[in-house]
Ligand binder design. Sequence first.
Ligand SMILES: Cc1ncc(COP(=O)(O)O)c(C=O)c1O
Length: 395
Amino acid sequence: MKFAERINRLGGEAAFSVLAKARELEAQGREIIHLEIGEPDFDTPRNIIDKAHWALDNQCTHYTPSAGAMEWRESYARYLSERYNVDLDYRNIVIMPGAKPVIFLTALALIEEGDEVVYPNPGYPAYESVANFLGAKAVPMILREENNFRFDIDELKSLITPKTKLMFINSPQNPTGGMLTRKDLETIAELAVEHDFYIIMDEIYSRICYEEPHFSTLQIPNALDRIVVVEGHSKTYAMTGWRLGYAACNEALAEHLTLLMVNANSCPAAFTQVAGAEALHGDQSDVDKMVARFKMRRDLIVKGLNEIEGVSCTMPKGAFYAFPNVKSFGKKATEIADYLMEEAGVACLAGTSFGAHGEGYIRLSYANSLENIQKALDKMQEALAKLKEGRHALV
Ligand SMILES: Cc1ncc(COP(=O)(O)O)c(C=O)c1O
């Protein structure tokens, strides 16, 4: 088979390959603590599951319009409108099977070959991958630990050229847990107007914030002229396997995204759209409980990591990832991640899985129980002490 040349420019996602390797070791009888995959370990809240059962029993088993049924688009628009005090309606919402297709299809609608696309590095791998896939020049915006993994606005300005067409922004951020401030986001939105580029604003972790509440770019006046907000149910409602996300955007883009959905998916699954509306408008107490649990786990893991000799970790402000600095070991991030899996039985990801500027870091997802996190910390401490003292020489 002769494949299209662009297929070689698509990147993968390490979380899935590391998970596969961890499962292999488990099949050989090894005990592995899973801190690699970015999904809540909680069950989807009961009211959402009950609503999905109801939907399946009530004929929500057929095609819907490609952007989602009007009723549910309106319901998702009302959720965002009430939450952020903005004025959206169904024409601003396109429902898709996950946030990832929102990223991919929006990029397809906006990027042309030769465009420049600025993206956070380290950052969610899909951004760089889709920019490369579409023949754009992917321009990394380096997120630095000393800046709490926020953008440096002056550095960002220096990356903008007349060819800049699109910027990916993600806050709260995967993999660093960093959050941009309202001022940061307003400045970026002003730059988009001044330099005529668009923004794909990934707000999938918007409900998982620990200190300050999330500021949505939807709150910026005329936001939808230039910004597409990516939202989804996977993280907030522990619904990763349901595949449900949505774009909030202007009507013209929504029409193009709808056409892309016609061609790629026909429509999102009918019963998940219904359950998704229940998630947004029903009882939110489970979300509050999950976020409170994440916060306890964050505090435990960050404290524990900082107690390990040679490791330092900034306090993440959102999402459910710790991104510790392991540079003192003088090894590549992939070597440290592989070593931790083999020696400590702790599955985690190398920072470089999120771009070249993740070198020197590893990502640990703390979507796991306090007991398992403590066990992982103890095992990591022991394994990394061996490395530090030269009692183990990474073969
Ligand atoms: C920043 C970010 N955006 C998007 C997604 C994709 O989410 P979904 O499961 O809705 O496709 C993820 C999942 O890890 C993510 O971390």
